[in-house]
Design a protein around this ligand. Structure first.
Ligand code: KIV
Length: 273
């Protein structure tokens, strides 16, 4: 059965008028359950390639893996809109390939919308996907699938020429039918100007305070990652890594000295059974 969630695409667009949008990434059922009542949008990001799979970039993530994770998140979300990334290599060949990948994500994992990266070059694909009734979230600025073209994860739109191109791309994506736009790692003033000019909401990550919403990668937000080089835009709102480390050390200590399991963690035989 198709899951109908409380937050729908028109609700997200309406928030342009006021009330900041909250988006977090999620990659499994348990985390989706925990975040569902706090986030307006749960993004099954292809960052799972880094924070779940341990790769250095998002480039190796496959459509099958996205479908697998997005299905888990969909089952955990009653309220938040669930959006999933089209991974690298599943839409760069053009509209037919993009539409086919988007159809599979929606049919097989029950997400309400897809996200893809890029500007004018992906507008025809955005048109094809939205024409099929699938809402599209766009993504500009530091688009991690262009890791090699950018020469790393670098702040974008700092000079006048690239700032002007980003503004053109943003307007073109809106024109093509995108319902929201992620702006990643660009100067705050540029994000403010793009947000002012667009009728659709912008959701920032490292794009300053003037976007219509904010997103963080959940593993970064809860302080779970130790290996990834932290980007300046992240803020750790709690220290889960340390909490897990302490708990695991305590468990190991109790197992080794015989304190765990205690009688209350053990089963007695049924008398006369
Ligand atoms: O893949 C992802 O998690 C993302 C967010 C960083 C916006 O695209």
């Amino acid at each position: 059965m198709q899951q109908i969630r409380a937050m729908r695409v028109p609700d997200i667009i309406d928030r342009k008028a006021g009330g900041k949008l909250v988006m977090l990434t999620a990659y499994d059922f348990t985390m989706a359950r925990l975040l569902d009542r706090h986030a307006d949008i749960l993004l099954v990001g292809d960052t799972l390639g880094c924070v779940v799979q341990g790769h250095d970039t998002t480039l190796k993530v496959t459509l099958e893996q996205m479908i697998y994770h997005a299905g888990m998140v969909s089952r955990g979300a009653d309220r938040a809109l669930v959006v999933a990334d089209l991974p690298f290599g599943t839409y760069q060949q053009g509209p037919p390939q993009a539409l086919q990948a988007a159809l599979r994500l929606v049919k097989e994992s029950d997400v309400s919308a897809v996200k893809l990266e890029g500007g004018e070059s992906v507008c025809e694909s955005v048109r094809a996907i939205t024409a099929a009734g699938i809402p599209v979230m766009a993504h500009l600025g530091l688009t991690p699938q262009s890791f090699h073209a950018f020469g790393g994860n670098k702040v974008q739109g700092r000079d006048a020429q690239s700032a002007a191109r980003l503004q053109r791309d943003a307007l073109a994506l809106q024109q093509a039918g995108a319902f929201a736009l992620v702006l990643e790692a660009i100067p705050a003033a540029l994000a403010q100007e793009v947000s002012r000019r667009l009728a659709i909401p912008t959701i920032g990550i490292g794009a300053g305070p003037h976007c219509d919403g904010q997103v963080l990668v959940i593993n970064d937000m809860i302080g779970l990652n130790s290996s990834r080089a932290p980007m300046k835009f992240n803020k750790e709102f709690c220290a889960v890594r340390e909490a897990i480390d302490r708990a695991a050390a305590e468990f190991a200590g109790e197992v080794r000295c015989g304190a765990f399991p205690a009688p209350e963690n053990s089963y007695a035989a049924v008398v006369g059974g």
